[in-house]
Design a protein around this ligand. Structure first.
Ligand SMILES: *[C@@H]1O[C@H](CO)[C@@H](O)[C@H](O)[C@H]1NC(C)=O
Ligand SMILES: *[C@@H]1O[C@H](CO)[C@@H](O)[C@H](O)[C@H]1NC(C)=O
Ligand SMILES: *[C@@H]1O[C@H](CO)[C@@H](O)[C@H](O)[C@H]1NC(C)=O
Ligand SMILES: *[C@@H]1O[C@H](CO)[C@@H](O)[C@H](O)[C@H]1NC(C)=O
Ligand SMILES: *[C@@H]1O[C@H](CO)[C@@H](O)[C@H](O)[C@H]1NC(C)=O
Ligand SMILES: *[C@@H]1O[C@H](CO)[C@@H](O)[C@H](O)[C@H]1NC(C)=O
Length: 416
């Protein structure tokens, strides 16, 4: 268990701190201190956890992991000065990670047949295009856009998650879907409202099919054909709430709110609707937090049941989505049940740091208790609780970086 190292961020200049666009220049770090967000970033880079090369375990989730880490660091380095806060070279690693994905993502057939996760690569590709105006990166963005429009959809026009699983939509897919739609509309097609309308439609389908009216949470996914053995006969919903799928959803909502408030992606009706989804869920998530740890169970609504455990990726995602919402003014004060939004997030964050984050002998940070992956082939309680737990999974470390960064901004804000 590492000691919590306090950090002091020194402003390079008041002007830069205010400017959202100050890429590559941000708060400088004091050499005596190391914020967890930057420390974990360096650790992932040192381990080469987010590069597709001959030493990488190339499973179906690797593209999503690299994309997630890239978009995390792209955001982080707008706040921290990468040169003084990173001991590793963040810029070079982001380029190397994006390059490692190119052969795969430049193939439109592969993008049509990949899990929806592939669209989370948009941020990484746009970042390189934006930095270097290199036509290869524009080509890959166009390829992704073509693939997006050619993806298979269900009878209600909802995107399937993956062609290997006909008619199934996974809540996890909301994050890549929303991030790519926001990016495309903002950067390439600001007047084409059909992109936002399609995004809203897909979000509504998730809400309509997956919503658990008794708890207010959303189940892991739905089968639009309602033919899977597990599908609810009325809604098609799967039977359990998986913390990471719900974490992706809540992240997608808060990121979309931020994006639309900056770039007007949605009209007012749509923006209010996303806000309502986000706000309601913030309250229900907090209601379902574990009383003693403040964090969230792998299978939500089944806290304490034998085999279930506090899971670190979904918990980190909720810490991020709650603190970010509080920072941007989407949440203020307490839930209707009287729990402070930032108190709830901080309680879990402290638990994560104390229990799941380890300082390794080589000086890197490690992270435990992240579930590997969960699908919808056989979504029983036993399935969710027996999927392998990975040490240092990027599905845990990247959300932990985001949660830590929000926590650092929160701490800095409450000092002043
Ligand atoms: C593109 O991807 C498809 C499907 O994954 C594969 O069959 C094909 O060989 C790939 N094409 C190239 C040029 O790599
Ligand atoms: C553009 O990027 C590709 C892939 O990273 C690289 O091979 C190529 O050399 C770059 N082109 C230029 C002009 O920098
Ligand atoms: C708007 O975007 C949609 C989806 O990408 C596309 O099918 C349509 O052609 C676009 N419309 C215009 C006017 O560009
Ligand atoms: C998908 O569902 C529709 C009905 O919603 C059904 O007609 C179709 O056969 C299903 N597709 C597959 C491949 O199962
Ligand atoms: C926003 O767009 C939706 C879908 O096109 C439309 O139904 C709604 O009336 C619009 N709301 C406003 C305020 O323009
Ligand atoms: C957690 O606390 C809430 C509110 O005090 C209470 O309603 C609930 O029963 C508690 N749950 C457990 C598992 O102790």
């Amino acid at each position: 268990m590492p000691k919590i190292i306090p950090f002091t961020a020194v402003l390079l200049s008041g002007l830069l701190a205010q400017s959202h666009l100050a890429a590559a220049v941000g708060r400088a770090c004091d050499s005596e201190t190391r914020p967890y967000s930057t420390w974990m970033t360096d650790s992932v880079i040192a381990r080469r956890d987010a590069i597709l090369d001959s030493s990488t375990q190339d499973d179906v989730s690797i593209v999503f992991k690299i994309a997630l880490f890239e978009s995390t660091v792209i955001r982080l380095k707008e706040y921290y000065d990468a040169d003084s806060c990173g001991q590793e070279d963040w810029h070079s690693y982001l380029l190397e990670g994006a390059e490692s994905l190119l052969p795969r993502v430049l193939n439109v057939t592969a993008d049509i047949n990949a899990p929806l996760d592939v669209f989370a690569t948009g941020d990484a590709m746009y970042h390189q295009y934006d930095r270097n105006s290199n036509a290869t990166y524009k080509q890959v963005l166009d390829t992704l856009h073509d693939a997006f429009n050619a993806r298979t959809r269900n009878s209600e026009d909802g995107l399937w998650y993956y062609n290997a699983y006909p008619n199934l939509s996974f809540l996890d897919g909301s994050f890549p879907l929303s991030s790519f739609s926001s990016l495309w509309q903002t950067c390439f097609s600001p007047t084409n409202t059909s992109i936002a309308n399609d995004l809203m439609h897909n979000l509504d389908l998730f809400k309509d099919h997956c919503h658990d009216d008794s708890s207010g949470l959303l189940f892991h996914g739905y089968d639009a054909s309602k033919s899977a053995w597990w599908a609810d006969p009325t809604t098609g919903a799967s039977p359990y709430v998986w913390d990471r799928a719900l974490g992706w959803w809540h992240m997608a909502l808060v990121d979309l709110l931020e994006q639309t408030d900056n770039n007007n992606i949605l009209n007012q009706t749509q923006r209010d609707d996303v806000y309502t989804k986000y706000w309601n869920l913030a309250n229900t998530i907090i209601n379902d937090a574990d009383n003693s740890t403040g964090c969230w169970w792998q299978v939500m609504l089944h806290g304490g049941q034998e085999g279930n455990y506090i899971e670190s990726s979904g918990s980190s995602m909720f810490v991020y989505s709650l603190l970010k919402g509080a920072r941007l003014g989407y949440l203020s004060g307490s839930t209707p049940n009287g729990v402070g939004y930032t108190d709830a997030a901080e309680k879990c964050y402290n638990y994560l740091v104390e229990n799941f984050i380890t300082q390794e002998s080589d000086g890197t940070l490690g992270m435990d208790r992240t579930v590997s992956v969960c699908g919808l082939t056989d979504p029983t309680f036993e399935y969710y609780t027996s999927q392998p737990i990975d040490y240092n999974s990027v599905f845990g470390t990247a959300p932990f970086i985001l949660a830590s960064w929000e926590h650092e901004m929160f701490t800095a804000g409450s000092d002043t």
